[in-house]
Write a protein that binds this ligand. Sequence first.
Ligand code: ZN
Length: 499
Amino acid sequence: MSKKNTLNPVSQELTAFLSEKDFVYGPEPELYGGIAGFYTYGPLGKRLKNNLENAIRTVFNQHGFFEVEYPIIAPAAVWKASGHLDSFNDPVIICSKCASSFRADKLLEEKGEKNAEHYSDQKLIETFKKKEVNCPNCKGRFNLEIKRHSLMMKTTIGQDTEAYNRPETATTTYLPFKHYQNFFRDKLPFSVFQIGKAFRNEISPRQHVLRSREFSQAESQLFVSKEMKTNWPSFKPVENDSLLLWTAEMQEKNKKPETMSLKKALQKKAFQNQAFAWNVWLSHQIFLAMGIPNQKMLLRQHKKDERAFYAEDAWDLEIELNSFDWTECCGIHDRTDYDLKKHAEFSKQKLVAKDEKGKEFVPHVLEIAFGIDRPFFALCDLFYAKRKEDQKRILLQFPPKMAPIQVAVFPLMAKDGLDKKAREIYQTLEKKFLVYYDESGSIGRRYSRMDAVGTPYCLTIDYDSLEKNDVTIRERDSMKQTRILISELSSILQKYSEK
Ligand SMILES: [Zn+2]
């Protein structure tokens, strides 16, 4: 499909910029022509991604979650039990003239159809007929038939054991359940999370790192009893925090989203219980910690027909991107006891917890699931800016805590001891911050280079610095310059870089 229909001009400009500035290369293997859906995070992109992952880890660790790491590859039996082998697939429609295949639901969504990904095959066909959608490649007519394309990426273990790369981290997090019982000493809640790679064999991924075939995911699983859901001690301290919520009811009545406290949302039955409301709150905390501005986030409840049959409640955290409008970036699900029951049935093992009276029951799972590539793209998309006075000069206005380079150190000239002094400062700061040293080109050019990769602070060491023991600090967004004492640098930068 032509690129023109897939990314709007802002994001094509942005993706080219991200490649040029060493954030994201690809599709890979670029050297051999490239295959859609595979990307390299370059030196600065990988740092930014690491900063995101560290923010995720910090929030989970601060709320009682423990990180685990399960293998990426698992045999077919696991994916049979989880339902992925039978039902994790996309609807595909094929052009009768040029034989190109497309994701039927995505094609309809590009034609303005909302939520086509939840349509049945029959409804998809009916909509194709009604809208008279033709092949974007050759304008030919489509075969009015939906084929199902499995998203599972197949592999082989040893000589002949059928296996698959995991399509999500979630399923694999349930599997060591018996060990969690031991670690948490049989006392619910068990709170664990995973950060790692997952794979989806998408038919035609066309949205840069927003939809790749290999991607990074973070997922938390909170194993609870039914009673804990309605009486969740962590809820009370945050019940007055407000979120922008768009409940299923509001959507059905064509009402706009509303900012509401968790307490009020629970009273209005927007959330069914405290523990789930707390999970939604926690997902929002994680995205704030990653530097996504609050006013760009919305929490949208799934309507009944969007939810899996076993799910008691499901919400998406959406981010308003410049390139793609409101984009789903995180799912929060009440998966009830469905997964543990399925794995107990297929593995013929007992996966239960005990209540205070020793009675056995199957715990419920509350889950937060999101790709890391999406908030990564969101940061680049939202903070990509141009200088008002000079539209040619591009800057990435990352929050300082997320920037891949937090501080740059420049000697005015690479001589007369200025470079020696600058290197000393660089070496001291490098122990605490992500620092970059640059002595080539004019100061103006060095500032521009750092603006373009999102460095919030640049320090210049000039001749006065040698006498007064101070430096000029230049702030990226305001371009304001002030002199500060070298002895105070570290503590001032510490304060700035927490923003
Ligand atoms: Zn065609």
